[in-house]
Design a protein around this ligand. Structure first.
Ligand code: CAA
Length: 676
């Protein structure tokens, strides 16, 4: 195996290269190599320059090593060795200098950024804090307020900003080894002055610390790491060694927190879902997109494509709807530009055309149907798409529960049909279910994933069934919520329990937002009833859009719909369920167990490839709290035997939807986890 860290002497300059694909994570071998390289060059070279090979400088500690017994030298020791080196060390940062990567750079005596580099301390997003001196050296370079901003948000900054605030000393363009030589010669000729970061003092800033504490208490009370980040930064006004000790103690508490495991799992879930059987198939171009239907979904999908720089034609035959779509899309683009998501709004506007006829889509690479959920309408649209589109165009449906195999049957080449199930608002939500029908070709699937990548979505491969992965699980959880209500909990109590658990919104508040009629359409197809929701619909209480649903939305704050008292009494009597109102813990257990049960069933049925795909769907499309990792991760942590006994308890009456899936029993029997 080639060494991930190599070094050599070029005249008076010692060059250290880090080469650990794909992103130069600071694995054990890299840490060992860095210490050896510094040991070898100290006093031999007059300046040492460290640079990365490939995509980045160093993208952080090796996340795969988290949770394993640490192997010396730890990153803090590596940083200490670099800082203590008696020969000046300069770090050249390109691609990504994140987490431990930036900490290595801050321990060096000077830093040069290459345009395009992302510099940041994203540890908080993994449930930890920068534990290799980051909380102590960042404030020494840029002050407490800016250090808090970087460390608590975890958001990266660019080279220009890093120069402006003093995180780096220079911005230089070119190849990293060349910049390393140039920076070294600037140190040698005295135009770049090396400094020991740990020797710099930090001005106290009680106001910035108090503001950060208050902000976290208000916005992120359920998260463990952010408050520890603030306390670690607060220690930066003490001498370095003392501050590092405080940082280490706080870091250790974060490492022990279950939130760390959940957040690291979420990081890997986002990436694991791209490993699909069709990954090696050749994706077709996706630059020119056609969208059929200018309603809410069509607008959102068009918005997502325009923000990604794609060329878009939206076909909407109805003149009023077309004008409305044009206006809504412009508002959407302005909003994206304001939030910094769209750099060139003029270009996005030029890339959009609204058209009246499907014949305008004859040269499109991908055409996405986003008309209402009516099978006969979709079949007509697909038949027309088939006759007007290029024979090699990819034809996608945005259906959320209709049978994609039937839809594919409407065209002469079903191998180029797939489902692209976007989630509203489609320009914001990160999940995209890529639904694979019986005859969908591997290249079509690969193209769906390529499009998702362009749109910066998390694509998850799903098989055909009612609701695919996400909506099928959603139906199961809604059923569990309804069962809790029939046993005596109020919808508001169910919502409150699940909001305490970590969902931004409970299931009944969510139904009010999306409209009760939306869920009813799916239930009608499945022949299912939801007596409480159906009674509200019969009254015309459809949620926000009619002023009332499960809640009345006429005042400042929603209050439970007064009509519920009577509706609930009748529904409970009709159901004949023994009244035994579940408390918050029981509500959460029922809801999450239903999610786990259906998630297992979805994997067992081959609808999802793996358990981790279920977690990705729930995390990126359904607001599952990221720090809990996803329902399947949660099942592993709870223990599968406990999950099974809960399912058996909830299904004691013999309900088919509370049977124990085979894969759950098998994994429990083998003592294996659901997440491999
Ligand atoms: N450790 C281990 N593997 C990593 C990694 C890391 N820090 N960062 C990325 N990878 C892996 C990914 O899992 C992925 O692997 P697969 O191909 O097997 O799926 C591969 O590298 C490529 O990653 P991406 O698909 O994300 O590539 P990208 O080009 O879209 O993004 C990136 C590159 C910006 C570096 C992004 O990967 C990223 O943000 N990585 C995480 C950075 C981070 O959080 N660093 C802090 C680590 S914690 C730390 O450093 C603790 C400490 O102080 C002690």
């Amino acid at each position: 195996m080639t060494e991930p860290v190599t070094w050599h002497l070029e005249g008076r300059v010692g060059l250290i290269a880090i080469d650990n694909p794909p992103v130069n994570a600071a694995s054990h071998a890299v840490r060992v190599g860095l210490v050896r390289a510094v040991d070898a060059l100290e006093g031999v070279a007059e300046v040492i320059a460290i640079h990365g090979v490939g995509r980045s400088f160093v993208a952080g500690a090796d996340i795969r090593e988290f949770g394993q017994p640490p192997k010396a030298p730890w990153l803090p020791a590596v940083c200490a060795r670099i800082e203590a080196c008696t020969t000046p060390v300069v770090a050249v940062l390109h691609g990504a200098a994140l987490g431990g990567g930036l900490e290595i750079a801050m321990a060096a005596h000077a830093r040069v950024a290459v345009p395009g580099v992302k510099l940041g301390l994203p540890e908080v997003t993994l449930g930890i804090l920068p534990g290799a001196g980051g909380t102590q050296r960042t404030p020494r370079l840029i002050g407490i307020a800016r250090a808090l901003e970087m460390i608590v948000s975890g958001r990266p900054i660019d080279a220009a900003r890093a120069l402006e605030i003093g995180l780096v000393d220079r911005v230089m363009d070119g190849a990293p080894p060349d910049i390393a030589r140039q920076a070294a010669s600037e140190i040698l000729n005295g135009t770049l002055s090396p400094r020991v970061t740990g020797h710099l003092s930090v001005a106290p800033d009680a106001e910035a610390l108090d503001t950060a504490r208050a902000d976290i208490a208000r916005r992120l009370p359920h998260l463990f790491a952010p408050a520890r980040c603030v306390e670690a930064v607060a220690a930066a006004t003490t001498p370095l060694q003392e501050g590092l000790k405080t940082e280490r103690a706080l870091f250790d508490t974060c490492v022990e927190s279950p939130q760390r495991a959940g957040l690291v799992h979420a990081f890997f879930a986002e990436r694991a879902v791209s490993k699909i059987p069709e990954a090696d198939a050749l994706a077709a171009p996706v630059g020119k997109v056609g969208i059929v239907g200018g309603g809410t979904m069509g607008q959102g999908i068009a918005g997502a494509c325009l923000i990604a720089g794609l060329d878009v034609i939206v076909v909407e035959p109805d003149a009023d709807a077309r004008n409305a779509a044009a206006g809504a899309l412009d508002t959407l683009l302005q909003g994206a530009a304001k939030r910094g998501k769209l750099a060139d709004i003029a270009c996005a506007r030029r890339n959009l055309r609204l058209a009246t006829s499907l014949s305008e889509l004859s040269a499109r690479d991908v055409v996405i149907e986003a008309v209402p959920e009516d099978l006969s309408l979709k079949l007509r649209v697909f038949a027309e798409m088939d006759s007007v589109c290029r024979p090699d165009a990819i034809l996608a449906s945005n259906t959320s529960y209709l049978d994609l195999n039937e839809i594919a049957g409407a065209v002469s080449h079903p191998e180029r049909v797939l489902g692209l199930h976007f989630f509203a608002p489609a320009h914001v939500m990160r999940l995209l279910e890529v639904v694979v029908a019986d005859e969908t070709a591997p290249a079509t699937v690969a193209t769906g994933f390529a499009l998702a990548k362009r749109l910066r979505k998390v694509a998850v491969r799903a098989g055909v069934c009612d609701g695919f992965i996400g909506n099928r699980i959603l139906s199961a959880t809604r059923r569990a919520a309804d069962e809790a209500v029939l046993r005596g909990a109020s919808p508001a109590e169910v919502d409150a329990a699940l909001e305490t658990f970590g969902f931004a919104m409970g299931p009944y508040a969510a139904q009010d937002l999306s409209g009760l009629d939306v869920g009813a359409a799916g239930r009608a197809v499945r022949g299912e009833a939801a007596p409480v929701a159906d009674a509200l619909i019969a009254r015309g209480d459809l949620g926000h859009k009619t002023g009332a649903g499960f809640y009345e939305h006429r005042g400042q704050k929603p209050v439970p719909n007064a009509a519920l008292t009577e509706i609930l009494a009748k529904a409970r009597t009709d159901a004949g369920v023994k009244q035994n109102p579940p408390d918050a813990q029981e509500i959460i257990a029922r809801y999450t167990t239903a999610m786990i049960r259906e998630g297992c069933q979805v994997v067992e049925d081959g609808i999802a490839l793996r358990a981790i795909d279920v977690d990705a769907v729930m995390l990126f499309g359904y607001g599952f709290p990221r720090h809990l990792g996803g329902p399947m991760h949660m099942a592993d942590r709870t223990g599968l035997a406990t999950v099974i006994s809960r399912i058996e308890r909830f299904g004691a009456g013999g309900a088919a939807h509370w049977t124990v899936p085979r894969i759950l029993r098998d994994h429990a029997k083998r003592g294996a986890n659901l997440i491999a």
